[in-house]
Design a protein. Sequence first.
Length: 342
Amino acid sequence: MFGPKLHIKKYTVIFLTFFLGSIIHSFPAQAQHTEVVAQKGDGIYRLLTRNGLPFSQYMEAFIELNKDRLGPGNSLFAGRKYILPGKAAETPAKSGGTIRRFEIFGNKYADVEIVDEQLKGAVYHLVSGHGGPDPGAVGRYGEWQLCEDEYAYDVTLRLARNLIQHGATVYMITRDNNDGIRDDSYLKPDNDEVCYPNLKIPLNQTRRLKQRTDAVNNLYQKHRGSFQRMVAIHVDSRSRGENIDVFFYHDKRSSSGKKAAHILKNTFQRKYDQHQPGRGYNGTVSDRNLYVVRNTYPVAIYIELGNINHRRDQQRFIIPSNRQALANWLFDGLMEDFKTNK
């Protein structure tokens, strides 16, 4: 399913982390902790990585240790002391778990520990929007050009990794063999994405949609009889003044698709209530006559992550911890969808 070795750039832009989700590691109680002082501009991501702690492994432990010291949206206060999770936290929840390497995730994230097999037997066809000659929606953030295909792809990769950690079979239908998961705010656009297994993406929209639909359907036949989902991930484009929440589409003919979409929407509702109480959540579920949703054989869910032109929605994309949170919350919803269909 996965391609050649990738290179990961270092995260250099400073933002406050405010959109945090669940993570899939647990940490031993006997860990020894130290305190550090937050600097001006620090968010959780920057504080952890500056102290040699991978964000994806230590985020949840950090929040739990510092829950009485954090500001709104889990932000940090410059000059305040925060507790760092101890090095013992590097021990995974299931010691001795199998490590598998997936080069498509990039050097930093290529080694994936199989934490458990809760999703054994489940097959996911992940289709990030656009790619190749089509960047999709394009927004601007200062001097940066934000391209839908790059940000949708990064969230999709992160979701794929979460699913694999729990025993799922995952196919990346849209693929970029030299990006990997990137912890940058600005994801530099390119046009070298391909369609599974390694097909050049055509410029014509109908041919492009048919190409990825055929890829999904061929794989569906290979796994016929298994629990399967097609998940398409996109970023919307609206007026600069329109702030939107994550919303979900399904095929009107599919009761299972409608159910899965509602599970995902309800998961986001719970997460917002937990992490940003009082914010409210206005995401919706509806049917829509979309080519890939209508023509792929597996139960299909189509997701729009937000408005690439709205400044607040852009924080959902440009802050790497927010992209991870989106992937974590989608993972939680898909896990619930699987368990309710076993």
